[in-house]
Design a protein. Structure first.
Length: 278
């Protein structure tokens, strides 16, 4: 019971405390898989204990049949029940995989909010094309509005993950992945890189803010007042290896910066110029 209570600590297991429809559906899928697994494990544990007790050396009443060779009933149970379970799990995962496709836009009356995400050593850069700003290690957006993320990497493979809002998806150099998420209400969450990427991996997390529309407008205005420009020279300096980067705002962003980060690997040859894994 103590182990179960520790496992249910929501601070240590944020995936069990979803704050959006995507994370909620993924948590329910996790529970469904757990329940199906229990259909197998619980009977096995019970039967193991029962067999050990029934056929103990001191039980002279247990039937002893040393020449036994075959049982149609036992064969049917050991083959048909696992087959039914495998089919049930396959159907469950097939339907859920398509329903939770990270590229599939969320149904909402609100238009999607676009954010471009770049993984670096060892930090995250968020570019807001509509607002013309960029932020390091902080992702903010209006609550109740779908967020559509375009994700890439300017280093080795990373994995973008906000457990309370959406599943994880990889960020890869020269490629673009997509992820949709939505926060039901304003709140503060933690995002992280869940793919080991070198020495600063353990410090590569970021702050996620779901805000009211008014608070988000104020946040954008604060970013625009930073006076920092994310041009080519500033980006080169930012992309250098660094740890525990503070949240940094950029009031302007070089046009099509996100696309240029992807294109430099495509045009130059990813195999020659992609950084090696450390």
């Amino acid at each position: 019971m103590a182990l179960l209570a520790g496992a249910c600590d929501l601070k240590r297991a944020p995936v069990l405390d979803p704050k959006g429809p995507i994370a909620l559906a993924e948590r329910d899928l996790l529970f469904d898989a757990f329940y199906v697994m229990m259909l197998v494990i619980v009977p096995i544990i019970i039967l193991t204990l029962w067999f050990a007790w029934r056929y103990r050396a001191s039980n002279t009443k247990a039937k002893y049949t040393p020449t036994w060779a075959n049982s149609v009933t036992i064969d049917a149970i050991t083959w048909l029940i696992p087959a039914v379970i495998v089919i049930a799990v396959a159907v469950l995962l097939w339907r859920s995989t398509h329903r939770l496709d990270p590229y599939r836009p969320l149904e909402s009356k609100e238009p999607p909010f676009d954010v471009q995400v770049v993984a670096q050593d060892w930090k995250w850069l968020f570019i807001y094309p509509e607002q013309g700003i960029a932020v390091v290690n902080q992702l903010a957006f209006p609550a109740g509005r779908p967020v559509s993320l375009r994700i890439t990497s300017d280093t080795v493979m990373n994995s973008f993950y906000v457990p309370q809002l959406a599943g994880q998806i990889y960020a890869m150099a020269g490629m673009q992945t997509r992820l949709q998420m939505l926060a039901d209400q304003p709140g503060k969450f933690v995002g992280r890189n869940s793919q080991y990427s070198g020495g600063g991996y353990s410090e590569q997390h970021f702050e996620v803010l779901a805000m009211t529309p008014a608070d988000f407008d104020a946040w954008v205005a604060r970013a625009k007042q930073s006076g920092r420009a994310l041009d080519a020279a500033a980006y080169t300096a930012l992309a250098a290896k660094s740890r525990a980067n503070p949240i940094t705002y950029y009031s302007t962003v070089e046009p099509k910066l996100f696309d240029s980060i992807i294109d430099k690997y495509r045009h130059s040859g990813h195999a020659q110029h992609a950084p090696a894994r450390r």
